[in-house]
Design a protein around this ligand. Sequence first.
Ligand code: HEM
Length: 221
Amino acid sequence: MAAAWVSGARCGGGRAVVYEECGGAMIRRRLREETSQQHALLEQRMLAGGLLGDDLARSSYRALLARFHGFYAPFESLLANATDWESLGPVGPYRARTPRLASDLLALGVADDALERLPRCADLPILSGLPRALGARYVVEGAALGGQIITRHVRRTLNLDVETGCAFFTGDGEEVGRHWRAFLGLLESRLLALDDQSAAVAAAAETFAAFARWLDQGGHA
Ligand code: HEM
């Protein structure tokens, strides 16, 4: 039923191949459009907090990374167990970013035991099942795109590099774009049914919302 609706509504045809192409393109558009307001708000808040300001202080940058760590550490544990990523081909396995956050915090002077004691978010979305896992993963894979802009700024204002406190935002560097396109390919091939797409979009929106709440609680802009 869902297949016929997608095919008919977007492409005017009922053949399986048409359905696959259009279902694939549709999930990219839906994820972007249906979370764009949440993204814009998060981006504005982080800009208002001075992340891209010329007077960015090392202490505020470190506090923001600690807050990211408090979300990413439990979120990525949940995500790792949400589905069998290994079975999804070359781009399936998820590359966790928490280790980069930890190495940045250590490089910026946070002690090992203090890192362990940092508060962690317990108010996370339920991620079970492939569609919801993919929707939630979309948020953290996409965040790496903005990371490239932040990296350039942090390098310039705080003179930090991958070794000295900017590994998280640097991510895979020049590989980020290629990895993002490969991940979009995974979304397109795995989220064809309308119900699955809706589950993915809901999980992405809930992930954005959980992250925003977590920043709120920490007093971060
Ligand atoms: C100052 C902070 C941020 C900046 C400057 C920023 C900037 C960007 C930029 C430039 C893109 C690429 C757009 C494109 O190539 O079409 C992007 C995409 C994205 N960002 Fe951010 N971002 C920020 C924060 C975040 C955060 C905190 C998250 C999530 C936790 C996030 C999630 C995403 C997602 C999911 C996409 C993909 C959108 C799509 O489907 O095309 N961003 N961001």
